[in-house]
Structure formats: C-alpha cells, structure tokens
Design a protein around this ligand. Structure first.
Ligand SMILES: [Zn+2]
Ligand SMILES: [Zn+2]
Length: 414
C-alpha cells in the first residue's frame, strides 16, 4: 500500500516570509478566516475570491485543511475555522508584521503541521479512505521528518527525504530508518529516487517539498546546490519545543504517533488543536536562547571563570537539548540494556528498569563537544533521581561527575 504525504500545492502560507507567494497565501487565509467567522459555506466561499477560479479556491481550502487551520465539512455548511486557525488569524491581525510576530507565526505553523497526518480526512466529494488506510500508518509525517533531522546532525538531503523518510509509516521503524540513513551517509551512498524520470522528478520534488517542510523557508533553509535542508536559526528550538509539547522526551517516540479518528470533525479536533499558552510560552522561551553554531562552543565565548548568567543558561539549555536528542539517547540505553540482561541500569545507583523510557541519558560534558557531534559514549545513563541530583549544583555548567554521584549514593543520598 502506498500512502501519499499530505501536500496540495506549492508555496506554504507565511505572513512574514520573503516570498510573495507565501504572503499571498497568508492574505488569502486571513480573508477565508473572516468569511468563515461570518458563516460562509464551502460552496459560497468559491465565489468570493474573484480573480481565482473555483477549483483554485478548492485547492486553497485543501491546503489550509492540511495545516488544520480550517476545513469544509460539506458544500452547504459554513467552513470551520479551527482553534489553531483562530490563533494564526488573530496573530496576523491587520497591521504590520513584526519580526517577533513572524517567529510566532513560524512556531504556530510548525505546531499546526506537526498535527498533520498521512491518513487524514479527505475534502468533501473525494473518496472515503478505507479502515486499513485510516489505521495502517501511525506516524505524523512532518514531526517525524523534523525529528529525524534532529537525529541526523540537523540536516536532511532530498534523496533521503524522498527515499526512506517519505516511506516511513511506522513509529516502530523509526530507529531503523535513522540507522539506514546514517549508514548511507558514512558510505557515500545516495538513495535512488523511487519515482521514474529521476532527474526532473528530484528537482520538482525538492521545489514541491521544501516549502512545506521548511515552513516557507522560515523553519528550515534549503541549499539548492547540495539539495539539502538545514534548520534556520531558532528552528531546532521550535521543533524541540513542539516534540516536547506533544509528549516526547528522551526515549519516548510517542510524540510522533498519529491519532486515530472516526470522521472529519473528529480528525480536525486533533489536527486543528490550539497551541496552548504553555506550549507557546515554551516556544517563546526556547527562541530567546540562541543555539550554538556547528563545531560546538560559540566563537568569542567567555572563559568558564566569567560566564554570565545568560551564557550559563544557554549552555544548560544546550545540555538539555543534547539529552533530549532521541536517537543517540535510545542507542545509549540499548547498549546499556545489553549489559544488564535487557534492563536499563542507572550507572550511579544500579537501579534497573525494563522500560527504557523510565531512565534518562545525561551528557557528561556538553562543553567539550558540539551539539552535532554527540556520541553514545558521551552519555551517562541515570535514573531520574540521580539525574536530578547531577544537575542540582550551584554551577549549572558543572553537573556532578559519575564519581561524585556514586559517592552521594554510597553515603546514603544526603
Ligand atoms: Zn540512580
Ligand atoms: Zn543531565
């Protein structure tokens, strides 16, 4: 069975994007949201965008529905504006679009796309999908692709996306997919394009996909010479905050899992869910902290003796990001379990548990290694209590060492 990734048209909306197409889509969305609030039906909506043909309006509704912003439930009922659609349209307002608002729009659109599913409800009139089609795929595609980028040095080549990533349909196959791409990179192998007419098709596909995956170029940047996507500044923080908000930390792949639905309204209850104030706060907080550039320590960083508080917090955030980075954490736990009869053991207190999600992976020394070069051997497996103790030091940049942690355990955890 072949599933098609959700995508209706090129040029995703973004009110703050540099491309006029993205800004046009945003303006159309704003208008459509206003019509929806006024109770305009799906049928009547088609006549309200005069320069556009009715089929072009249908395509717009389908694109906005893909994002979970609004949807047509039937020809004679008003188009439904979802909670996240409400949030985006009120963020847009009517005035000038500031850089801060642009970042918030990126975060909202990333959140919206993270809820998009392959086995989504279809627009009115198109065939209903079968029960098997509805349930056979259990990954949320965009969130999964971005998560894979985090696990693969924060970048993704188009041939990797069109090959293993786009074909990944099961959360259970996630780790294997990451391993396969890692192995291919190490050996210089390029994945063959599964579609025919390879050269043209690859170029078209990259045009087609990069605007969606990149959130109109705001979340990811596209290098056309390399045919490669990389995170734009702040992009990793947005994705990490969204994954965390969706319920994924460390070993937990649950954030990527698709939600089952019974009808169109049921689907959009999840797909159109509001980005809560708490989550928005997390995203804003994450964005306030710059990310360390490739190669690790930022150039001109002060010596450890006179690190300012903000520098310390930035490092602490970097450390927590490394620890959340799922693939390397899971791999460290897997290796740990092979040495303890299938149970994961705390390296400080020897507490063991069969469920890897009950244990944490802690980075021994984030200052010594760049965020993109973290190896399994850089991590220490700790139970949540020992992990908390490790970080409860006066200097956030100096967590307890394994020797100190063992001493703490041996003296009865004072
Ligand atoms: Zn422990
Ligand atoms: Zn830690």
């Amino acid at each position: 069975m072949t599933f098609l990734w959700p995508t209706s048209q090129m040029g995703m909306l973004h009110p703050g994007a540099e491309t006029p197409e993205a800004r046009d889509r945003a303006a159309e969305f704003r208008q459509m949201a206003a019509h929806s609030r006024a109770g305009v039906t799906y049928h009547d909506m088609k006549g309200l965008f005069v320069p556009l043909s009715t089929s072009a309006v249908e395509t717009r509704v389908a694109a906005f529905a893909e994002l979970g912003l609004l949807y047509g439930r039937g020809p004679t009922v008003p188009v439904v504006l979802t909670p996240v659609g409400e949030q985006l349209s009120s963020l847009m307002g009517s005035g000038a679009f500031s850089p801060t608002k642009a970042v918030q729009a990126t975060a909202l659109l990333t959140w919206a796309l993270s809820n998009c599913q392959i086995n989504r409800a279809r627009s009115p009139g198109s065939p209903r999908i079968t029960e098997i089609e509805r349930t056979a795929c259990d990954v949320r595609p965009y969130l999964t692709a971005w998560s894979i980028m985090l696990d693969l040095d924060s970048m993704l080549y188009m041939h990797e996306f069109l090959g293993p990533v786009r074909q990944l349909q099961k959360v259970a196959d996630y780790d294997e997919c990451v391993r396969e791409i890692r192995a291919a990179r190490a050996s210089g192998q390029v994945f063959p394009n599964p579609q025919s007419g390879a050269a043209t098709s690859l170029a078209n596909a990259s045009i087609y996909w990069r605007s969606r995956l990149s959130v109109a170029g705001q979340l990811l940047n596209f290098d056309s010479a390399e045919q490669r996507l990389k995170f734009a500044p702040g992009g990793e923080s947005i994705v990490e905050a969204v994954i965390e908000a969706q319920g994924g930390m460390g070993a937990n792949l649950g954030a990527l899992r698709a939600k089952h639905w019974t009808d169109v309204d049921d689907y959009f209850k999840t797909a159109g869910a509001a980005c809560s104030a708490e989550i928005a706060g997390t995203i804003v907080d994450a964005l306030a902290t710059p990310i360390v550039p490739p190669g690790g320590v930022a150039s001109g960083a002060p010596a450890s003796g006179d690190l300012s508080t903000s520098e310390g917090q930035r490092r602490y955030r970097l450390q927590r990001q490394i620890e959340r980075r799922s693939w390397v954490s899971r791999e460290a736990k897997r290796i740990n379990a092979t040495q303890h009869n299938g149970h994961v053991a705390c390296e400080a207190c020897d507490f063991t548990h069969a469920d890897p999600a009950m244990m944490d992976a802690h980075h021994k020394d984030p200052l010594a290694s760049g965020i993109r070069q973290t190896k399994v051997s850089d991590l220490l497996i700790l139970c949540p209590t020992c992990h908390r103790r490790a970080h409860r030091t006066t200097d956030v940049l100096a967590p307890m060492t394994i020797v100190e942690l063992r001493q703490w355990v041996e003296t009865g955890r004072p």
